[in-house]
Every structure is written in C-alpha cells, then in structure tokens.
Design a protein around this ligand. Structure first.
Ligand SMILES: NC(=O)c1ccc[n+]([C@@H]2O[C@H](COP(=O)([O-])OP(=O)(O)OC[C@H]3O[C@@H](n4cnc5c(N)ncnc54)[C@H](O)[C@@H]3O)[C@@H](O)[C@H]2O)c1
Length: 324
C-alpha cells in the first residue's frame, strides 16, 4: 500500500508511519515542522523514519490550497491519505485560535480537495474533545457532540462535518478517528505525561488541576497506531462497511492522581504538587465507548498504563541523557 501521511513528524504520525513502513508499505510523509514545540523532536522522529527505504518526506503546509500541484508526483499511485497533521493542544487554542482554523479547518479542506481530485479514501484524526463536557459517559460515536468547550474541539468537529459534506458532494469515503489522550515514547512536550515526567525528574513542582478531580482515558500510542493501520486497511477493503467515525480510546479512565502516582513509581521520585484551577477549555472527564472499533476493526487496546508509563519514562530519560 502507498499512503500520503500528513503530520508524519508529529507524535502519532511518526508511530503510524513506523507501523506502515514496518510491514512494507510505502509512506509519503508531509509536515510543516512548525515550532509549536521543539522542532528537534520532530526532526528526531523523521531521522528514525528516514531509515526505512519506503519513506519519503515533503516539508509543506497541508493547508495550502494548491496541495495537489505542490506535491506533484508525490501523490502518484497513492492508495489512501492518512491525515494526522493538525494544530493540537486545547490550552493553546485559547491564545492562538487562528492557528487552529488554519491547520485544522483549511488543512482539512485542502486534504479533502486532494482526495476528491485523485479519488482517494481518507482516514483523518479527530479528537475525544468533540464530546465536550455534557456527552453521556462512556462517549459513543452517535452522541450529538454539538457543544464543544474549546476552539480546538470546535475545529476538530468542523473537520468531521466538512468530511461529511465531501462525502455528499464528491462521494468521498472518509473515516475520522476520535483519539483519546494518547501517550508513549516520542510523545508531545505540551501534554501531561511529558510535563509531569520532566518536572518530577527535575524535582520541580507540577500543577494539578481541579484538585486532581479529572479523569482521562489514556491510550498508548502503539494501540492508536495499530488502530490507524487497521482502519486504513478496512477502508480500502470494505469502504461501504466502514463507519464514518470511530473512537480510539482505552475505555479505562484513570484519575489524575493515580496517573501521577504511576509516573512517580516509574521515575522513583515523589511529585511536588501545586493545586490549580481547571484551565478554560479542559473537560473534566473522558471515557471512550470502543464497541464500534472493536466490532469493525478488531481494535482492542493491549498496553496497561503502568507498562506504558514505565516505557515512556525510560525513553524520556534516554532521550534527554545528553542534556541532563
Ligand atoms: N495526542 C493526542 O492525545 C491526541 C488526541 C486527540 C486527537 N489528536 C489528533 O491527532 C493528530 C496528531 O496529533 P499529535 O498528538 O501527533 O500532535 P503533533 O503536534 O505531535 O503532530 C501534528 C503534526 O502536524 C504538523 N502540522 C501542524 N500544522 C501543520 C500544517 N499546517 N501543515 C503541515 N503540517 C502541520 C505538526 O508540525 C506536527 O508534526 C492531530 O490531528 C491531533 O489533533 C491527538
């Protein structure tokens, strides 16, 4: 299989690309390498991907309106597009909403235009944040998801609605994946697993929001990458029997304080905790109903939190070994 994979230098994109490449698929990677977090980490991921003969890379803004022309031969003989590029992060969307509209809304349109021009199926990333703070728990794909509490969530929900419209207009087959708080090696420096591990290892205090009364359905990136590959295979083999949206979560929400305790155990150090109010835009709880993904994709998360955190902390130490 030959896939165009956007966001290839990103956390999930890197893991998904690695999984396609490991089984012999060809990956045309695309990413603009923007400095939302250290570009050195994005380049380190790309350096690993470059070790595979089947990987090529385009440094490019996915939202450019002439995406098909700009990629040129890069889009020849593609079988599918896996669109994971986005401006991620709930909190930064309070500060810089325009970055989200550009990457997540204009970017979605550019990818769908390319797909329509080439007649390609699209798997794209959405987010558990579309469920907001008032969807019934566990979150199921048929919830209205009409009351987002952050601009990030609103742009991700917009991306889903735009994909639906392209299905109506151009007959495109698309599947959106609502990821639930993904963690693992090569993770994102703006997310809690990284921020907490960094602070705990350095003896700095961590901010604990909402008195610790928050829950996240933490999902290991290996399980997410397996889900991305499985849904791409399914969309190619049985486009009519693939749902337009799947939750990819863990269905085992973890309390924030238990999550911190898991990092403390892996790091061998105690956290210094500073209580702070819940930031605007954050939801209190996420919990995925994964029955649909289990039924259609055979999706079944395998990595227990303690193992995933231990692996992440070991990776984090090794990655920073030269800097510390
Ligand atoms: N990590 C999570 O917990 C999580 C949860 C829900 C949804 N998601 C979604 O999954 C996808 C991947 O997220 P991630 O955690 O790997 O984030 P990430 O920031 O590590 O990866 C996104 C990549 O997209 C690239 N990018 C951003 N704007 C671009 C543009 N205009 N043109 C080209 N490239 C651009 C970035 O440089 C980055 O490398 C995103 O769509 C995100 O919204 C992630």
């Amino acid at each position: 299989m030959r896939v165009l994979l956007t966001g290839a230098a990103g956390f999930i994109g890197f893991h998904a690309a690695s999984r396609f490449l490991a089984r012999g698929d060809t990956v045309v990677g695309l990413d603009d390498l923007n400095p939302y977090y250290p570009v050195a980490l994005k380049r380190a991921r790309l350096a690993e991907l470059a070790g595979h003969a089947g990987f090529t890379f385009h440094e490019m803004d996915v939202a450019r309106p002439d995406l098909a022309g700009a990629l040129g031969d890069g889009t020849a003989k593609l079988d599918a597009i896996v669109h994971l590029a986005a401006q991620a992060g709930v909190r930064y969307s309070v500060e810089n909403p325009h970055a989200y509209v550009h990457a997540n809304v204009a970017g979605q349109v550019s990818v769908l235009e390319l797909a329509a021009a080439r007649g390609l199926p699209v798997v794209y990333a959405s987010s558990s944040s579309v469920y907001g703070d008032d969807s019934p728990v566990p979150f199921a794909e048929d919830a209205p998801a009409a009351r987002p509490v952050s601009v990030y969530a609103a742009t991700k929900r917009s991306g889903e609605l735009i994909a639906h419209a392209y299905g109506q207009i151009h007959g495109l087959t698309t599947t959106g994946l609502r990821f639930f708080t993904v963690y693992g090696r090569y993770g994102r420096p703006d997310m809690a697993p990284w921020l907490f591990t960094d602070a705990i290892l350095a003896g700095r205090p961590i901010k604990v929001f909402n008195g610790g009364d928050m829950e996240r359905d933490f999902t290991h990136v290996d399980d997410i990458a397996a889900g991305v590959v499985a849904v791409t295979d399914r969309l190619l083999a049985r486009p009519d029997a693939t749902a337009p949206l799947y939750n990819l979560g863990n269905n085992r929400p973890v309390r924030l304080l238990d999550f911190i305790a898991a990092i403390e155990r892996a790091a061998g150090r105690r956290a210094v905790m500073e209580m702070a109010p819940k930031p605007a835009g954050d939801v209190t709880r996420t919990c995925a109903d994964i029955a649909l993904a289990a039924r259609d994709l055979g999706y079944s998360p395998t990595v227990p939190l303690a193992d995933g955190i231990a692996d992440f902390v070991a990776w984090f130490r090794a990655y920073h070994a030269t800097a510390r």
